[in-house]
Design a protein around this ligand. Structure first.
Ligand code: FAD
Ligand code: SF4
Ligand code: SF4
Ligand code: SF4
Length: 355
């Protein structure tokens, strides 16, 4: 396998030493998906595992979101310009505060249901025939499961945030089997970065079907064992199948199916955050086509359109009257929060190369 731009031979051992052993691997699975050799690099128990002989082709090091990332190069690839980190929340064309017009979407959605409305409009207008989303399985309530949703029902079922890591990139492996040709990918900023790096490495078979990258704002994410099992199930004596919705608005709000609401102060959540997120400098999914977040809003989603593809996706939803949109200046607090968290995340991020 010839990889463009590879001059020195790098292998999984470099990734292991520079990322995994330093405790920075998110378990996104991109390396195992991208490894071109069968039975060499698998994904087991939330992280990559070498199961065969590494051929030292270097691909995994070129696409890992933690290994020597050149942001300027990626911005050049996506936006045609690089003004790395001059703007607090990345290069963008426009922004607004929006919510789904469809009440069913608003009810199931995390904030304004914009991600779901964008996916459904794209599906109905044949821009996509599937979307990589995060669902859950009733046998393991609230455990996020990456999947390819191909129908309105499947997309609706995936709405709402699971605050534990969902390695959506793994689902890219199933795209060909499921005969999905045009996809939207919904994921966290670190996952969007991995996909952009795959595009940069010209892994076209994997990335060409992904037409739209929808990024979710992300301060940090939590471990399932810690947040869901230890804190919510054991600590608060909640049967996880009785949890209707979880949101963070100043504190974590756990809404139960019987109408009760439990609250967890943010400082109590820290113990369950993934330590790997300490290496992350991107709050607002700066490399996505469209970025979405709740930033303290109630029932609305702050929506940032960054690329022409993002504009196409957003305009398709607008032309189908699927979104109600208001100017971002009407929500100054949310905008201030976006700027404040974005800057703070950049400043606080640990530098993997200094370890
Ligand atoms: C781990 C995590 C942390 C977040 N932290 C913040 C934050 O600090 N501040 C903020 O403003 N916003 C945060 N968000 C984003 C926010 O929770 C909403 O996802 C966003 O506002 C979009 O809302 P919506 O109603 O438009 O989306 P919806 O219409 O409800 O759609 C949500 C989409 O996200 C997908 N999804 C759900 N969980 C995951 C997951 N774990 N990984 C990947 N995809 C998933 C669903 O499959 C669905 O497609 C976070 C999201 C995640 C996943
Ligand atoms: S064969 Fe290539 S992609 Fe696979 S583990 Fe080795 S260096 Fe990484
Ligand atoms: S690509 Fe993802 S799973 Fe692989 S080493 Fe990097 S962060 Fe970990
Ligand atoms: S904080 Fe960063 S590394 Fe952690 S899940 Fe969110 S985007 Fe990924």
């Amino acid at each position: 396998v010839k990889v463009e731009g590879m001059s020195t031979k790098l292998g999984f051992d470099d990734l292991r030493k520079q990322v995994i052993l330093k405790g920075a691997c998110m378990g996104c699975g991109a390396c195992s998906v991208a490894c071109p050799f069968p039975e060499v690099l698998n994904y087991l128990y939330g992280e990559p595992r070498l199961v065969g002989e590494c051929k030292v082709c270097g691909i995994c090091t070129r696409i890992c979101p933690r290994y020597r990332v050149d942001y300027a190069e990626i911005e050049e690839l996506i936006f045609g310009v690089h003004n790395t980190q001059k703007n607090a929340f990345g290069i963008h064309q426009s922004m607004s505060v929006a919510r789904a017009v469809d009440e069913e979407i608003r009810l199931r959605g995390q904030d304004g249901g914009v991600a779901t409305a964008l996916l459904l409009s794209a599906l109905e207008s044949n821009l996509i025939d599937g979307a990589i989303v995060s669902t859950t399985n009733p046998s393991n309530p609230w455990l996020p499961v990456p999947s390819i949703a191909r129908t309105r029902k499947e997309i609706l079922l995936s709405a709402g945030t699971k605050y534990t890591y969902s390695p959506g990139i793994l689902a890219i492996k199933d795209v060909h089997d499921k005969e999905v040709k045009h996809l939207a990918f919904v994921g966290t900023p670190c996952q969007i970065l991995a996909i952009r790096r795959m595009q940069g490495a010209k892994l076209r078979k994997l990335t060409d079907p992904i037409l739209f990258n929808i990024g979710l704002f992300c301060s940090e994410c939590f471990t399932y064992e810690g947040l869901m099992v230890e804190k919510i199930h054991r600590g608060l004596s909640v049967d996880l199948s009785n949890v209707e919705k979880i949101n963070i608005k100043g504190r974590m709000l756990v809404d139960l199916k019987d109408g009760k609401r439990l609250e967890i102060p943010i400082k109590e959540l820290k113990a369950y955050a993934k330590p790997q997120c300490n290496y992350c400098n991107d709050f607002s999914a700066e490399l996505a086509d469209v970025s979405l977040g709740g930033v303290g809003l109630n029932g609305w989603t702050l929506s940032i359109v960054r690329t022409d593809r993002g504009k196409q996706l957003f305009e398709a939803a607008l032309s189908m009257h699927a979104l109600e949109v208001r100017p971002v200046n009407d929500f100054k607090q949310a905008l201030d929060l976006l700027i404040r968290i974005s800057i703070s995340k950049r400043n606080k991020a640990l530098n993997i190369n200094s370890l």
